[in-house]
Structure formats: C-alpha cells, structure tokens
Design a binder for this molecule. Structure first.
Ligand SMILES: Cc1cc2nc3c(=O)[nH]c(=O)nc-3n(C[C@H](O)[C@H](O)[C@H](O)COP(=O)(O)OP(=O)(O)OC[C@H]3O[C@@H](n4cnc5c(N)ncnc54)[C@H](O)[C@@H]3O)c2cc1C
Length: 290
C-alpha cells in the first residue's frame, strides 16, 4: 500500500472540495465487495483510494417532493429493511434482501452495484423498473440522469472520471405495487442467471398498467416483452414464451462469444429456464396482492 494516497472525507462538502484535484488513477471505495479483489490484483495501478465510507449524507434515505432519495452508500441490508423502501419499492427491498450473503449485504452498497454495472446485478433492473434516476457529483457540480442516459446498450455507464454517484432517486407512486424474483444456480449467495421485477396498479382486483424488466439476459436490463400478459396466471405460458424468445434473440444477435466457455446445452439454459422464473414472478405478484 505504500505510495498510495488514502482519502476519506467526512462530509459531502469535503468530498466535493477534493474532486478537482483527484489523481487520474483514483479508485473510489464504497463497500469494497467488488473493488477489494481488484485492488489486491492490480494495486500498483492506483495512486489514490477515495473512501466514501464516512460521509453521512450518502447513507441517508429521505423523501423529497414526491421522490425517495436513496444515498449511494446505503447498503443492501439497510435498503432491505428501510420502511419507506419496503412500502413504496417492495421489489427493490426484495432484490436487496437476496443479494449475495449477509456479509455482502452489510457492506455492499446500492451505488456500488450501479457503478459496477454487472449485467447480472440485481439493483439496476429495479431502478429501471421504477423509472429512477441517478445523481452524479463531479468537479463541475451535480447532474441527474435517467437510467436510459446512465446505462449504454454496450453495458457501459455514463460516469466521467472523478465523478461520484451520490444518490438514486425513485418517483413515489403510492398505488404502485412491485416484486422481484431471480433464478440462480444456488439457493443462497447466488448471482442471477435471470432476474425479473414487475410493478403494477390494482383496479377492481385486477392488475393494470403492468411493467416488468428482466436482468442478466443482456448487458443492461431489458423490458419484459408484453408485460400485460402478467395480469394473471392464465397467460403464463405465453408470457414465458415471449421471454424465452427475447433471450434467444439476444443470444443470436451476440457478436462476441460469451466470456465463459459454454456447451451448446448451457447456451440454451436461460431460454429453457425462462418458464420457471416467469411462474415464480407470477406467484410473487399473487402473494403481493394478499
Ligand atoms: C460473494 C459475492 C456475491 C455477490 N452477490 C451479488 C448478488 O447476488 N447480486 C448483486 O447484484 N450483486 C452481487 N455481488 C456484487 C456486489 O456485491 C455488488 O455489486 C455491490 O453492491 C457493490 O457495491 P460495493 O459498495 O461493495 O462497491 P465497491 O466494491 O466498493 O465498488 C464497486 C465499483 O464501483 C465504484 N464505486 C462504488 N461506489 C461508487 C460511487 N458511489 N460513485 C462512483 N463510483 C463508485 C468503485 O470504484 C468500483 O469500481 C456479489 C459480490 C460478491 C463478492
């Protein structure tokens, strides 16, 4: 670690004052669950580590003019138990309560998850589902982006060098219900093979205005095809076929081979598994209405 500067501002104001003079090779440290292994492997590459751990404003969850502002340093564990997230954004609290293990949830942050931008990450699909926005702080000030602006189709994010993701903004809709399910290779500490989240209103006992997003099937979260088919269990087969077809289209359009060497059967796994996860989603939607 010698020769590497370690900066740990105590407030947002101190952080902002540091930003203009950060060395080019600065690593921003949040919970460290993704970064620490990289630091260990490539440590001499970083001349500075900027820890966000002590800044209280980044851990706050607050309601502001019809939006819930969730600080970037809110951990998965804190988000999973926050009463306002549970009430208005149940799908997000469900996603947070299934991230990794308890240790990962205690350290890993929502901001770190969005900046890490793993296609299999559980948080970005939820933020897309709720039409959320991200707040970024740079030397020149603050900007706010929709998730469409923040995430590019090739999986990159619009975060300039020296910029910090400070908050996630979610519009509050008291009448919206939502849920999240994921299919992984294990029951616990599993990375999503497919994740699905859905949000809807209920009118006269019927789900309406349904929207849904699939994660882990492409480089960025994808809209679920024909989400109106999720109104009840009767169209489950058709909904699952639509998702399987979408996954197939993405696989066939892929120009680069997947990083993992997959057998032909493994390459078809997600298409075949789509049915199970759609049924899980419909069960979760049903349970949410009771
Ligand atoms: C065993 C294990 C299991 C996991 N399981 C899951 C899972 O089930 N679901 C899931 O979604 N993820 C999972 N993850 C991934 C990981 O936990 C999340 O991506 C996590 O939330 C990252 O947050 P962090 O605070 O630890 O980020 P860090 O590791 O500190 O940072 C990650 C990256 O983001 C940058 N960064 C972090 N915060 C900011 C910020 N506010 N502004 C600018 N840059 C920033 C860092 O510089 C780094 O490049 C798992 C990881 C592990 C190790």
């Amino acid at each position: 670690m010698s020769g590497t500067a370690y900066l740990q501002p105590d407030t947002l104001e101190e952080l902002q004052a540091l930003l203009p003079s950060l060395p080019e090779k600065t690593a921003v440290l949040a919970g460290g669950t993704d970064l620490m292994p990289k630091l260990r492997a490539r440590h001499p590459d970083y001349s500075c580590i900027l820890s966000l751990w002590k800044i209280p404003q980044l851990r706050a969850v607050e309601e502001q003019e019809g939006w819930l502002k969730i600080g970037a340093m809110v951990t998965h564990a804190a988000a999973a138990r926050d009463p306002r997230i549970c009430r208005w954004f149940r799908g997000l609290s469900m996603a947070c309560s299934h991230v990794g293990s308890q240790q990962i949830r205690n350290k890993g942050t929502l901001g770190g998850s969005l900046v890490n931008a793993s296609p299999a990450g559980d948080i970005a699909p939820c933020v897309v589902l709720y039409h959320g926005e991200v707040e970024l702080l740079g030397a020149g000030g603050t900007r706010r982006l929709t998730m469409d602006q923040f995430l590019s189709s090739d999986g990159r994010i619009d975060l300039k060098p020296g910029e910090i993701l400070t908050a996630i903004w979610l519009p509050i809709d008291e009448a919206l219900d939502s849920c999240f399910v994921k299919l992984g290779s294990r029951r616990e500490v599993t990375i999503a093979q497919i994740s699905l989240c859905a949000a809807w209103h209920t009118e006269d006992g019927t789900r309406t205005q349904i929207r849904a997003v699939a994660g882990a099937i492409d480089r960025r979260p994808c809209p679920f095809p024909n989400p109106q088919l999720l109104a009840d269990q009767t169209q489950a087969e058709e909904a699952a076929q639509g998702l399987a077809q979408k996954i197939q289209e993405i696989r066939l359009q892929r120009t680069r081979p997947p990083k993992l060497k997959l057998t032909p059967a493994e390459q078809l796994y997600k298409e075949r598994a789509a049915k199970g996860v759609v049924y899980d989603l419909l069960d979760a939607m049903e349970a949410a209405n009771h």
